[in-house]
Design a protein around this ligand. Sequence first.
Ligand code: KG4
Length: 332
Amino acid sequence: MLILGIESSCDDTAAAVLRDGRQVLSSVLSSQDQIHSRFGGVVPELASRNHLENITPIVQSALETAGCGLENIDLIAATQGPGLIGSLLVGFSYAKALSFQAGIPFIGVDHMAGHLLAVFLESDVTFPYVALIASGGTSSIFLVKSHTEFQHLGRTRDDAAGEAFDKVAKLLQLPYPGGPHVSKMADAGNGQAIAFPRAWLDEDSLDFSFSGVKTAVLNHCHRERQSDSALQIEDICASFQEAVIEVLVEKTARAATLHNVDTIVLGGGVSSNLRLRQAFSDRCHKDGRTLHVPRPAYCTDNGAMIALAGYYKYHQFGEMHHGEDVYSRSVL
Ligand code: KG4
């Protein structure tokens, strides 16, 4: 079975072709980082206009790279949410129009399901597992019970982890997207230099809050500037990064303990952060747990994870609603 996956929830236009929900035949992406960089964040209107320009060439490129045509595709999967509504509408409507025109079954896929299952593009993982998805739009912990059953255990109450990285980068006048730049600076700094706060929230809470640490960085910069001290940008980045990572690691490990799970999976753009990967690896080693982290191209938004999630949802959907029209039941 060949599945075409289309993703356009934020600022990346992505498409991929998968064989049997597993073998990636192609995965192509057009990033809008350059367009949004001068604004220091994603501008929704620009994002959707850009998706409109990119969606046809990206889908064509995915098909060509996979060595097939639309006539060979057995299922089209597209992200149905969550995300920026204008961006989502471009990929979702495009996918539905393709499926209608070519008579190919269609299925709408939750963006988070894509991130939660992306690990299967490379590894075999046994259920259940606890997954941390940390990106520019979310910091969430899930208990993943099967390819189609996900229990949301914790979420961000304000800024997502990646958003905090981006905002700290902006106030330090580093380029957008800020995460990679902050982490590069942090490599040359001392993570213990400044005691930025960790928001643990209520004792048993698996929720996150990163707006406090971001404000603490802002206040620290104000104080340093007022006292005419030169900003130690590397130390600020390293100390901020440590504060965020410590909370992400601790709460994810706590979720695994609470649910008696011995496998942890990471996803989302922030999991490209090498220090975060190392901290999780150390913690899992200490706790006797297995860690799976997809390669960076599958951690960030991509079409392959949407095709994969669509494949499993379609199979479960077909079994549960045998004979029903998947196409008409998959609208947002
Ligand atoms: O998953 P993603 O590509 O897109 C969504 O936000 O959905 O994640 C992008 C986010 C941005 O906030 C970016 O700054 C952050 O991931 N990011 C990083 C790193 N690489 C990307 N954050 C920290 N360290 C990194 N190395």
